[in-house]
Design a protein around this ligand. Structure first.
Ligand SMILES: Nc1ncnc2c1ncn2[C@@H]1O[C@H](COP(=O)(O)OP(=O)(O)O)[C@@H](O)[C@H]1O
Ligand SMILES: [Mg+2]
Length: 252
């Protein structure tokens, strides 16, 4: 993924301002910055929810500007949402299976006739969804209504659903928000295991311990501008970053 001067304005407000970014395969990159910095808007640009006002974003060498969200999912970008978006009245398993639909081959007629091929594919989908729930540690909760699960588990279902799209790039928007410290450690371990499986991850997260502990590189946004980029140790020491978080004068 590569962004070149990616910009998104809402009326007079420039939420993302000429941001350059690239992510290499297999990396876990952190995207941090104070509230309102433009992090989620940047995700929305990458996933086609918003179109860039100017600049461009390329994925696997292809511009994604005019692509619809489902086309981008098919291209290989999966995501979770800052505000959890699970389907109500569906089980954890069903929610994960929804993620697989952009990879299925069955056409409508086949689905209506429930041909052998369709039945086989559905069984494979189910098996794979169970495997993903196992991977995030929720196998024993697969038949529970997803939205009635504890908050931390709902976030894990979202991660499993995003993985079900078989993403080449996985975007996680504050996956540990609202979690207690034990759950945060689990989430950190889960992201580590996701990387070890060969996935590429762009992670928005406020918990500095988690971000610093897991990211290969970190980018910092403030008021839509990229103010720093580097290794975790460099970011921790950066004067600009400390000022962005604490305000000028707070860096002393
Ligand atoms: N759909 C929208 N319409 C108008 N302003 C928006 C919209 N989405 C985000 N913004 C504004 O863009 C800025 C960046 O927001 P956001 O990307 O959600 O920040 P972050 O995720 O870093 O907290 C904020 O000032 C926010 O109010
Ligand atoms: Mg956000």
């Amino acid at each position: 993924m590569e962004a070149k001067e990616a910009t998104k304005s809402f009326g007079g407000l420039v939420a993302v301002n000429k941001v350059d970014m690239h992510i290499n395969e297999g990396e876990v990159v952190g995207l941090i910055g104070p509230n309102g910095a433009g992090k989620t808007t940047f995700f929305n640009l990458i996933t086609g929810i918003y179109e860039t006002t100017s600049g461009e974003i390329n994925f696997l060498g292809q511009p994604i500007k005019k692509s619809k969200p489902y086309e981008i999912a098919k291209l290989g970008i999966g995501r979770t949402f800052q505000n959890i978006r699970l389907f109500k009245s569906m089980t954890a398993l069903e929610n994960v299976m929804v993620g697989q639909y952009c990879r299925t081959h069955a056409n409508l007629l086949g689905a209506i006739l429930r041909t052998k091929a369709v039945r086989r594919e559905q069984q494979q989908m189910k098996d794979k969804a169970i495997e993903l729930l196992k991977f995030v540690g929720l196998e024993d909760k697969k038949d529970e209504i997803a939205t009635s699960l504890p908050y931390g588990d709902q976030r894990k279902v979202e991660v499993a659903r995003a993985l079900a799209t078989e993403p080449r790039l996985l975007l996680l928007d504050e996956p540990a928000a609202g979690m207690n410290s034990r759950e945060k450690v689990e989430m950190q371990q889960l992201i580590k295991r996701i990387q070890e499986k060969g996935y590429t991850v762009l992670l928005i997260e406020h918990d500095m311990k988690l971000v610093m502990g897991i990211c290969d590189r970190i980018l910092v946004l403030d008021y839509g501008n990229k103010i720093a980029e580097g290794l975790p140790a460099e970011i921790q020491k950066s004067k600009e970053v400390i000022e962005a978080y604490l305000g000028k004068g707070g860096a002393a």
